[in-house]
Ligand binder design. Structure first.
Ligand SMILES: Cc1ncc(COP(=O)(O)O)c(C=O)c1O
Length: 391
């Protein structure tokens, strides 16, 4: 049918996600996938959720429409658990992804400037693109963002938001040092920039001790996003945003327009799971399993790929960033798929036209421990074939 109707102009500022596209190929039989950002499905707390769902008959009101900000008993529990300060409030969202979108819709006008680290989380790049923001990037160093580049951008006086993932970054796995945390918070205060601290991997630390949240140094100008996707189950779609009440209010209005509220039975079920005596054990088990998977992947990389390639070991999260010798990382990813292993080329996490050293993002949370040697063996063959073709 012919029609003169076209999609909105803002659609031209987002690309379909390469990862979504590769995921269907990555799930084909025989493929070992290090591509997705998926938690281990076999570690989901299914028996806790079974009990939680059975318990909902005791709170039938959760099947009624509810409050946009969230299920009050869950909000009370979270505010207590995280000791949310006076003047700050929390809202429950459909994953932390929705929180990023609500912030963008509430605070960004077209052409407003947002700073991100390069590389950065693809889902956030898409949201800011859709908001028609001007995205500026700064390099990411081993212990946090390049502070000189950050201050130079902030100093222009035109930056509204700084989006960051300070704990076990997606895609690089990097965590910020304490000094970086303090300095970034101080810069946000000095230059009147709002910080979005996106912390979905923070609870996945398997080594070392937690550092303070960046937002704890500048609570009056930060949005803190938490996610329950990685420590319980992503299909639930529950995350939260905590921010000063005055900033949360416009976001609540937008969420009301968007979906009225997040699924109430799921919020009640999550509350049951979080309060359950076995939940700490469940979290500990995830950390233990991910530590073992990280160790196996690192060992396979050391064994088969160094010294041509280099990688960072991490103390938590789900990803390792593998730097490759000069080559086309896309070609390596395509050849790797033909060899039976799915990986993501690093440049998809950068803005278009950004010049990028060849790298791959490798996920270690989703693959059983005994498959890493095989997976990296296949990757090695792919690298060799691509390098032979280039000669
Ligand atoms: C950095 C980052 N932020 C947000 C999200 C979205 O998480 P959620 O499932 O809570 O929406 C992800 C998902 O992988 C992520 O990596």
């Amino acid at each position: 049918m012919k029609t003169a109707i076209t999609v909105a102009n803002r659609m031209s500022s987002i690309q379909p996600s390469y990862i979504r596209e590769i995921l269907s190929a990555a799930t084909a039989p025989g493929i070992i996938s290090l591509a997705g950002g998926l938690p281990a499905s076999e570690l989901f707390p299914i028996s806790l959720f079974d009990q939680a769902l059975a318990s909902l008959s005791l709170v039938p009101e959760v099947y009624q429409y509810g409050e946009t900000q969230g299920y009050p008993p869950l909000l009370d529990y979270l505010n207590d658990r995280y000791e949310v300060a006076n003047g700050l409030e929390t809202m429950v969202c459909n994953g932390s992804q929705q929180a990023i979108d609500l912030i963008a819709r509430a605070f960004l006008n077209p052409n407003d400037s947002v700073v991100m680290e390069a590389p950065s989380y693809l889902g956030a790049i898409q949201v800011f693109g859709l908001a028609q923001a001007k995205i500026k990037t700064i390099p990411q160093l081993a212990d946090g963002p390049d502070l000189i580049a950050l201050e130079t951008l902030f100093g222009t006086g035109r930056i509204k938001l700084f989006y960051a993932v300070p704990d076990f970054h997606n895609p690089t796995g990097i965590s910020w040092s304490l000094q970086h945390r303090r300095r970034v918070a101080a810069l946000c205060c000095r230059y009147d920039v709002l910080l979005i601290e996106d912390a979905p991997y923070r609870s996945l630390r398997f080594k070392g001790t937690d550092l303070p949240l960046v937002s704890s140094f500048c609570p009056e100008r930060a949005f803190l996003l938490r996610s329950y996707s990685k420590i319980s189950a992503p299909g639930m779609r529950i995350g939260t945003v905590t921010a000063p009440t005055v900033w949360l209010n416009p976001m609540i209005t937008i969420k009301q327009c968007s979906d009225l509220h997040t699924n109430l039975p799921m919020q009640a079920a999550l509350l049951f799971v979080l309060k359950h005596a076995d939940f700490p054990k469940h979290k500990e088990n995830i950390r233990k399993q991910y530590a073992a998977r990280h160790q196996k992947l690192s060992a396979a990389l050391s064994d088969k790929l160094t010294p041509d390639c280099s990688y960072n070991t991490v103390n938590g999260g789900m990803f390792i960033w593998l730097e490759l010798p000069p080559c086309d990382a896309h070609e390596v990813a395509m050849q790797a798929l033909r060899e039976g292993v799915a990986v993501v080329p690093g440049d998809v996490f950068f803005l278009k036209d950004h010049s990028v050293a060849p790298a791959l993002r490798l996920n270690f949370s989703h693959t059983p421990e005994d498959q890493f040697i095989d997976a990296i063996g296949r990757l090695k063959i792919a690298l060799e074939k691509v390098s032979e073709r280039a000669c």
